[in-house]
Design a protein around this ligand. Structure first.
Ligand code: PMP
Length: 411
């Protein structure tokens, strides 16, 4: 039986008060909290095994290397990659997407080619493609969205042409909460000989992801959004593509031979991992994945769905509240982005903070989307499996109280 109150016990940070109220953390799309098991794994590593990886023959170096590489295997199994050669450790989603745009985009995109993204991408899945388009004199095109905030397949079919080389889009949106059908989009871009790059930052933490079933050519995600440490993330790529892809960083660890004038690269996956990696981060990520798996990704998804089923009807009768994204809560993750008439989202977030509730306000690193929605900013509450039904109720109570406060006193 899923017990979010019991699960909360694993998260020391959640047992505090903020502004004299019990903390309710609803900024999980920005970063998630870390359970004791993850903190312990990182501490154990530094207490007992700290050494550099891949280089030493001494016992600590061997232990550190084993743990680091075991983490890669844990990630591989978690996303069902076919080999650990397909799992690269990065600093996070941003680094992963930049690597693909530079190391692979530069190889396959030529002048006059087309790169497709959507209006609801995070800046980390826009700017690298803009830069690639500049470098190659290629065209960046935005695929239109439906009412439910997913790519409009009919319009996409009209836009995607023989010149299409890359389709880069989010699996789940960090603002709209909507989820893309990746296999259908993969088929579209593969038909014209292009490649699909998926930003999985908001899907991997919340649902079971199978990169082979998705047929993603590249797939990126961040450890810190799934109970792992900051500074560690993953780039998955199909082996044949990673064999072709150029390293983006050069230095130690990624070389085979260094001659006076030239060098050769070592094999996958290390060809991309120049320099001392984030060993503790990888170990923490392994612990995070094991923690999520012990609960069960299906259970996590089901619980978040229940929270949304409980929340959304309560929001629908609040006058002046606009909610972005699909109206049907079964078509969205645990992200609710909203605006309240006449109240700036930053004031909303400050008022929620006074109630001990952490939400986010701003453009959510998605300025093109804000223009698309015709709003400068929004507020966003994002839930995770350690949030309870009581958290949802308190969020609604506070929202109504805040609305009254602004209606009566300030506008
Ligand atoms: N893509 C999406 C959809 C995100 O939500 C985020 C984080 N807000 C990122 C990319 C970037 O992730 P990171 O900052 O961990 O690199």
């Amino acid at each position: 039986m899923f017990d979010s109150l019991k699960i909360k016990e694993d998260f020391p940070i959640l047992k505090q008060t903020v502004n004299d109220e019990p903390l309710i953390y609803l900024d999980n799309a920005a970063t998630t909290q870390k359970p004791k098991q993850v903190l312990q794994a990182v501490q154990d590593y530094y207490f007992h095994d700290n050494a550099n990886v891949h280089r030493g023959v001494h016992t600590l170096a061997e232990r550190a290397t084993r743990s680091y590489e075991e983490s890669r295997e844990t990630v591989r199994a978690f996303i069902n990659a076919s080999s650990t050669k397909e799992v690269l450790f990065t600093r996070g989603t941003t680094t992963a997407l930049n690597w693909v745009a530079k190391g692979f985009g530069d190889l396959v995109v030529e002048e006059g080619d087309e790169i497709y993204i959507t209006p609801m991408e995070h800046h980390s899945n826009i700017v690298p493609w803009q830069q690639l388009a500049f470098r190659k004199r290629a065209t960046l095109k935005y695929l239109p969205l439906t009412e439910d905030a997913v790519v409009d397949m009919e319009k996409a079919k009209e836009i995607i042409s023989e010149k299409g080389k890359i389709l880069a889009l989010c699996h789940a949106s960090n603002v709209m909460g909507s989820i893309h059908s990746i296999p259908r989009l993969a088929e579209l871009i593969h038909q014209v000989g292009g490649y699909i790059v998926v930003d999985g930052a908001q899907s991997v933490p919340h649902t079971k992801v199978d990169v082979q079933a998705l047929n993603a050519d590249f797939f990126a995600f961040s450890g810190h959004k799934m109970c792992g440490p900051t500074g560690i993330g993953v780039l998955y790529g199909k082996q044949a593509l990673l064999e072709r892809m150029e390293p983006v960083e050069y230095g130690g660890e990624m070389i085979d031979f260094v001659y006076d004038e030239t060098s050769t690269w070592t094999e996958l996956p290390w060809k991309f991992e120049a320099g001392t990696p984030n060993i503790a981060g990888a170990i923490g990520l392994k612990a995070a994945i094991e923690y999520l798996q012990a609960i069960g990704m299906d259970e996590i998804e089901r619980h978040e769905q229940k929270l949304m089923a409980h929340l959304m009807p309560q929001l629908s009768d609040i006058e002046g509240l606009s909610i972005y994204g699909p109206t049907d809560h079964t078509k969205r993750t645990g992200i609710v982005t909203f605006n309240l008439d006449g109240v700036h989202p930053h004031d909303l977030a400050t008022a929620f903070d006074m109630e001990g509730i952490a939400i986010r306000a701003g453009h959510h690193c998605a300025q093109p989307l804000m223009r698309y929605l015709d709003t400068p900013a929004t507020a966003r509450a994002s839930f995770y499996f350690y949030n309870s039904k009581e958290d949802v109720d308190q969020f609604v109570v506070s929202l109504k109280k805040i609305k009254e406060f602004f209606n009566n006193g300030f506008i």
